[in-house]
Design a protein around this ligand. Structure first.
Ligand SMILES: [Zn+2]
Length: 471
């Protein structure tokens, strides 16, 4: 039974999907005006792992993550660089895929809609909100009137509307009815991208795009909405208001929010100057190390980013790989160990892993169970002799760890020695076929094999009795 800590209820709840054995999930994506920083990488990696775990547990996952490709920051960047907003967005979407491919996000079967391709869907919801009296037009802008949704507003962020009102700054010349009202549509300004609407030329506010895209791909009631903690208010609160009032339905049933990344104990921020781009980090650490680092803490807790932490993740990964490579080098011997302790630990780990991950995707517990198993695997490998039965246990353990690490955690393992052995066996086999061809005096095939191997960097040397090869 999978349980999720729901920000809405502040409780751990049993996950009951809208459709049996299916999961519909929306996660707010990046605003594409810069390369992504490691604070963006955390939700990308974590929610990718949530998706993978659901699949591991037999669910079909419909996962949507958007690109915000129209926004003040994009417009500003376009003006600075002397290019169009569209060019800025295209550049950083491409960069996003380059960077995230290195941390192994599973793109297959994912939907990645762009805001600018869904303006019509947004206008439809805004129009419905105006028609129902939840929103009003003011000088070409359209605002959501928070007072009209007083009872439901702030349920996610657990705030009080009066507190918020007294804290809000009232701007002189404000055209809004209340400082809490937020923009659904902004009137076009000179030099900005704009679209036609019933309220004249303009562009959408930020919040409405997620309401429109989640509604389009997942319907008016779906399972999980995710994002960073910083999005709870106002972004997610406003999404709920727009969607419930404009489209009906429950909107998202489970709200999951990941914690911040701290740099040496301080919150990462541009103003503090401790701001790290994912691509810079990837110059020093492999993507799989970054991935393991992100998953080593519970997603709701802050995570400390430092060289020491990344070095530790790298060492953990090597420990797993070394044990697995070693386990493949064992040759079975009669009278050797049956590895019964390891067999027992393997069964225990399978249970512990699922228990840990079922409890609000506790990757720290899940990984902890795998590390314990690796410890036991190393102990088994210290046996002088291992029987054929023992070797079977080693193989099962190898397969289990590899599946969990690669399929669920998305951390690709480098098992060079095992792969190296396979390559050697394959080349030997190809040379055996070439020998057969030569016996049959099929010189054309024999030469073709030699030439193709040479193209792959494998040189062969025909000796008197034997053909040898080098790479
Ligand atoms: Zn969003």
């Amino acid at each position: 039974m999978i349980k999720i800590y729901n920000t809405l209820t502040r409780q751990l709840e049993e996950f009951k999907p809208v459709k049996e054995k299916e999961v519909s999930m929306y996660v707010c994506g990046p605003t594409v005006y810069n390369y992504i920083h490691i604070g963006n990488a955390r939700p990308a990696i974590f929610f990718d792992t949530v998706r993978r775990y659901f699949e591991y547990r037999g669910y079909k996952v419909n996962y949507v993550q958007n690109f915000t490709d129209v926004d003040d920051k994009i417009i500003k960047k376009a003006n600075e660089d002397g290019i169009t907003s569209k060019e800025v967005a295209e550049k950083y979407i491409k960069a996003y895929f380059e960077d995230t491919a290195k941390v192994n996000l599973k793109e297959e079967g994912m939907t990645r809609p762009k805001a600018t391709e869904h303006i019509g869907d947004m206008i439809k919801i805004i129009k419905s909100l105006v028609d129902k009296g939840y929103a009003y037009e003011a000088q070409g802008d359209v605002y959501f009137e928070v007072e009209k949704y007083r009872d439901g507003y702030l349920a996610l962020s657990h705030q009080n509307i009066e507190d918020l009102k007294s804290g809000a700054r009232i701007e002189v010349n404000d055209i809004k009815r209340s400082p809490l009202d937020f923009a659904l549509w902004k009137k076009a300004k000179e030099g900005e991208p704009s679209w036609d609407s019933p309220w004249g030329k303009g562009r959408p506010g930020w919040h409405i795009e997620c309401s429109a895209m989640s509604h389009k791909y997942l319907g008016d009631t779906f399972d999980i909405h995710g994002g960073g903690q910083d999005l709870i208010f106002p972004h997610h609160e406003n999404e709920i208001a727009q969607s419930k009032c404009g489209c009906g339905g429950d909107y998202a049933r489970y709200w999951m929010h990941n914690g911040y990344i701290n740099i040496n104990g301080e919150k990462m921020s541009k103003s503090l100057g401790n701001f790290f781009l994912l691509r810079d980090v990837l110059e020093h650490y492999e993507g799989r190390v970054v991935r393991l680092f992100v998953l080593s803490a519970h997603y709701r807790k802050p995570i400390d980013f430092s060289d020491a932490e990344l070095t530790q993740a790298k060492a953990s990964l090597e420990r797993i790989e070394n044990a697995l490579v070693r386990s493949k080098e064992v040759e079975a011997k009669d009278g050797g160990s049956d590895c019964t302790d390891l067999a027992k630990k393997l069964e225990e780990t399978k249970v512990k892993f699922v228990e840990g991950m079922d409890e609000d995707f506790n990757t720290a517990l899940g990984l902890g169970a795998i590390f314990e198993l690796v410890k036991e695997l190393n102990k088994a490998l210290d046996n002088e002799k291992i029987s054929a039965n023992g070797q079977k246990v080693l193989n099962e353990t190898f397969e289990y760890i590899k599946t969990v690490m690669e399929d669920v955690f998305g951390v690709k393992l480098k098992l060079e020695s095992a792969v190296g052995n396979l390559t050697a066996e394959l080349v030997d086999f190809i040379l055996e076929l070439r020998r057969d061809a030569r016996t049959d005096k099929n010189w054309a095939l024999s030469d073709k094999i030699r030439d193709r191997l040479a193209e792959m960097g494998i040189k062969i040397k025909d000796g008197k009795d034997k053909t040898t090869w080098t790479m």
